[in-house]
Write a protein that binds this ligand. Sequence first.
Ligand code: ZN
Ligand code: ZN
Length: 156
Amino acid sequence: MIAFSLSRLEKEDIRLEGCEPPEFIVLTGAEPFTVTSDVFYALDISKVSGGALVSGGAHVTITGECGRCLTEVSREIRAEDFQLFVEIAPHTEICDISEEVRTEITLALPMNLLCRDDCRGLCPVCGADLNCEKCSCAPPSAQGSGVWSALDDLKL
Ligand SMILES: [Zn+2]
Ligand SMILES: [Zn+2]
């Protein structure tokens, strides 16, 4: 739980730093990755009219298979420089901001995972990893000129 004491916030701004276990992030199960590190956060909390202002960042590592070449990929995901206004109900002492921080990190999670943006993936014919080898199946790039000349033919 990420929380702070309101009586302390009455007196001073609060710096909250720490970590939560990977399960802190709730995945739907449809993501092509899992959370493989603790969730680290560093937050500054100050009192404002009607609530608290929470600003800071959090990061977590996710691991999964590259969507193109199936290599295992780990990536650090950062939710940086977010600012949240948290309403504080009267007569509360502990303000739990777990949900707010969880939402910020969840929004920063990618839809898919690639080992690198220009990953060439696997050859659809023989399954060779085209990032590190050139298979003898005619790769799409080698057919490039052929495609263009085919288009030229069509224009006739
Ligand atoms: Zn890849
Ligand atoms: Zn091939």
